[in-house]
Design a protein around this ligand. Structure first.
Ligand code: HEC
Length: 137
């Protein structure tokens, strides 16, 4: 049974690992999906992470901005900037060419409901947040 439903990508992954015969105890990942999500996608993911880790970590300001956002802004402005509704500004619609307005709103707040973040976020954080907002989430 386990053998019949073994996917093609399972089999080829097993074959490419010389020390393991095709039927040795590889976990039945992807067994229920019937292909597609087996070893192939796991390998692809591992490859992506491997390729990306060092250059991407430095280059991706938007990703760093997301971390700041998740720390201090997400409660009001919503996960992935998807506005939970109500009174908060929908940041996906913020004009992407108006850094000054953004900076000013973040550092000084916007009464009554948007608090000032001057003491909590640095100038650098504002730039990262801006990269994140411009990325559109
Ligand atoms: C306590 C809830 C709250 C938190 C936390 C919060 N905001 Fe806001 N924010 C608001 C509300 C409410 C508004 C709408 C204010 C208005 O237009 O009257 C707003 C508006 C804004 C605006 C639009 C200002 C404008 O020029 O119209 C920006 C930009 C913004 N927030 C960015 C941020 C960022 C970045 C963070 C995290 C550092 C953050 N906010 C955290 C509640 C919050």
């Amino acid at each position: 049974m386990a053998r019949l439903s073994r996917t093609r990508s399972d089999a080829s992954a097993a074959n490419s690992v010389n020390s393991l015969p095709p039927t040795s105890g590889l976990p039945d990942v992807g067994k229920e999906q019937g292909g597609g999500l087996g070893w192939g996608s796991i390998l692809a993911l591992a490859l992506l992470i491997g390729l990306c880790s060092s250059p991407c970590a430095q280059a991706d300001d938007a990703e760093l901005g997301r971390q700041v956002y998740d720390d201090v802004c997400v409660t009001c402005h919503g996960r992935d900037m998807i506005n939970p509704g109500g009174v908060t500004f929908d940041l996906r619609k913020f004009p992407k060419d108006d850094f000054e307005r953004f900076r000013n709103a973040v550092l000084n707040g916007k009464p009554p409901a948007m608090p000032p973040w001057r003491d909590k976020v640095s100038d650098d954080d504002v730039k990262l947040l801006w990269a994140y907002v411009r990325s559109g989430g």
